[in-house]
Write a protein that binds this ligand. Structure first.
Ligand code: 9G3
Length: 566
């Protein structure tokens, strides 16, 4: 491609609204442009990277025996009413009416659509197993879209759905997808981990997230240094031994703690450690008030709590509910005297003479004991910490941030039951099809790759997903030798590699800056060495510079490509 003809509007300055590196760089490198909040146009350079990821995905999905379909973006409400999800999703599901006043939504995912297709066409166990996938635009009306393609409202997803006759088959399909995902992200040149994850609200029993390690990642993942345990912190169970306190219970006392609301303020004021305090957090679980107790130095895990309560919606109780239930301002809530159900984290089992709010503004209790109030249930409802042992082997835990680029789920019969997708088994008995579903965020994968591969000069594309493989850079197109050699090389290299030929009549500095910014893996510069029939090769990833004779250029490039993971 000739740069002078290419629609590649690079930017010099940083766009104001972009906060993270990949968002800034994708805008500056002319890969995307914002149309609206969370809605982006893919420009030619960005689309080439997207298509590279899609090609890798297609190859691995096809290798795993999945078959590509393309489902409608517009979905009739009836299917979502049948599955019971039409009412369940709030404003995130973008609904609209057609000219006949019929209800539709823009597809945020396609379980209903694909299950409807399969229930009409699959009748016998001979038709199973089946895995259908698509690469398609999704729409989820996120409250706060941000970070460019990392969290958009309209985005490209590869979503696959497996259909099996029995649990053993479903298990096989799940792990086939797990392996395919590992190959996909490895081929994309990403440093990723597969971690045990929560299944969220879509039901099913089991799920893994594929996380690209990056500090800007929104998810926290926990690994063990001594075994292969890895989980999203939302899911990681806590197996800490409870050391019962040796103290004998003392009589409870009320202490004046004027204006001391937070754990820090109270423990600072009373001169005790946070592990002596118990936080009382009041929630509305599907609208009903409930109190959750965790130790002062622990964090509540709302995913674990909502699974424990079996509720759909779990939200912090608004201030007026806290005042009404505790009779006190926020920050003085405690379990003693509460009239609502109380669930307590397991760590409280070993606690004696602890501190809680007194359900009285500006007062706390000291020497509270478990006998002072009724706990309806003790459970693991806190986030695991680096101090906790690995729940599997007791080893040391490591915490990292990750960007979720893939998520695979065992769905069981959640959708085949609600949509009556059945098959006749070998004995002619009607049985529900067992499903799995598997997603990859395509744009997010490109953005995550840039998060993991950039430096102060710009993007450092991993070779397999780079929009071009070679950046051909004549330093002066007015110099005949350089211009003629560049044209010749453009044609000859173009038969083996994807070449972006910077034929612009621009100063060398501008070209070098753009080459570093858009991060094409190999740069070939035609400059002063051309007199001796030599060109300069620069490897973007290592900044290594090699002088090569023109007649050994192809061989040099092939060696570099092997080196940088092409
Ligand atoms: C909705 C809306 C948002 C959603 C969903 C439904 C997430 C929803 C979960 C999934 C599960 C898997 C197939 C590909 C991989 C992920 N956000 N999920 O179901 F109506 Cl507005 O999408 N689906």
């Amino acid at each position: 491609m000739r740069y002078s003809r290419y629609f590649l509007p690079t930017l010099k300055e940083l766009p104001a609204e972009a906060e993270i590196a990949s968002h800034k760089l994708m805008l500056r490198a002319g890969m995307i442009r914002k149309l609206g909040s969370g809605i982006y146009s893919y420009l030619p350079l960005g689309l080439r990277a997207i298509r590279k990821v899609e090609t890798i995905i297609r190859e691995e999905m096809n290798r795993a025996g999945a078959q590509e379909v393309l489902l409608p973006m517009v979905q009739p409400a009836e299917l979502w009413q049948e599955s019971g999800r039409w009412e369940k999703y709030g404003k995130e599901l973008l609904r609209f009416k057609d000219r006949h006043n019929r209800d539709f939504c823009l597809g945020p995912t396609h379980e209903e659509v694909i299950t409807d297709l399969v229930r009409r066409e699959v009748r016998s166990y001979r038709d199973l197993p089946l895995n259908l996938y698509q690469i398609q635009t999704k729409f989820r009306d996120e409250i706060r879209p941000r970070f460019g393609l990392m969290r958009g409202r309209e985005f490209i997803m590869k979503d696959a759905y497996s259909f099996d006759a029995d649990e053993r088959g479903a298990e096989k399909s799940y792990w086939q997808m797990y392996e395919a995902y590992s190959r996909i992200f490895t081929r994309c040149g990403l440093d990723f981990r597969a971690v045990e994850a929560d299944t969220g609200t879509i039901g099913g029993s089991f799920s893994h997230e594929f996380m690209v390690l990056a500090d800007v990642g929104e998810d926290t993942i926990v690994f063990c240094q001594d075994c292969d345990f890895a989980a999203n912190i939302e899911k990681a169970e806590v197996k800490s031994s409870i050391m019962p306190s040796k103290e004998s219970p003392k009589p409870r006392e009320e202490v004046h703690t004027p204006g001391k609301h937070t754990v820090e303020e109270v423990t600072g004021f009373l001169g005790v450690s946070a592990s002596r305090l118990v936080k009382t957090i009041i929630y509305l679980a599907d609208g009903k008030p409930i109190a959750a107790l965790v130790r002062g130095d622990h964090e509540i895990n709302e995913v674990k709590l909502s699974h424990l309560l079996g509720c759909n919606e779990l939200e912090l109780a608004p201030e007026e509910v806290v005042k009404q239930q505790t009779g006190a301002e926020v920050g003085f809530a405690g379990p003693v005297g509460l009239q609502i159900p109380i669930v307590a984290d397991l760590a409280l089992k070993g606690m004696v003479n602890f501190i809680t709010g007194a359900n009285k503004t500006d007062y706390h209790y000291v020497n509270v004991n478990l006998s002072d109030f009724k706990v309806s249930q003790f459970a693991d409802i806190r986030c695991i910490t680096p101090q906790d042992p690995c729940p599997r082997c007791g080893g040391k835990l490591v915490f990292k941030k990750g960007i979720e680029v893939g998520h695979i789920f065992k769905l069981g019969t959640k959708y085949s039951q609600s949509l009556k997708a059945t098959y006749l088994d070998a004995q002619g008995k009607e049985r529900y099809i067992i499903m799995g579903c598997y997603g990859i965020g395509v744009g997010r994968t490109v953005a995550a790759a840039i998060e993991q591969n950039h430096d102060k000069n710009g993007i450092v594309f991993p070779y397999p997903i780079a929009p071009f493989q070679i950046y051909l850079l004549p330093v002066d197109v007015k110099n005949n030798l350089i211009a003629e050699t560049a044209e010749r090389l453009y044609k000859s290299l173009g038969t083996k590699w994807e070449v972006l030929y910077d034929d612009r009549d621009e100063r060398p500095g501008v070209k070098f800056k753009d080459a570093d910014l858009i991060g094409i893996p190999i740069r070939i510069t035609l400059g002063k060495h051309l007199k001796e029939n030599r060109v300069e090769l620069k490897i973007r990833k290592t900044s290594e510079v090699i002088l090569a004779d023109l007649n050994e250029l192809n061989e040099k490039i092939e060696n570099i490509v092997k080196e940088i993971g092409g």
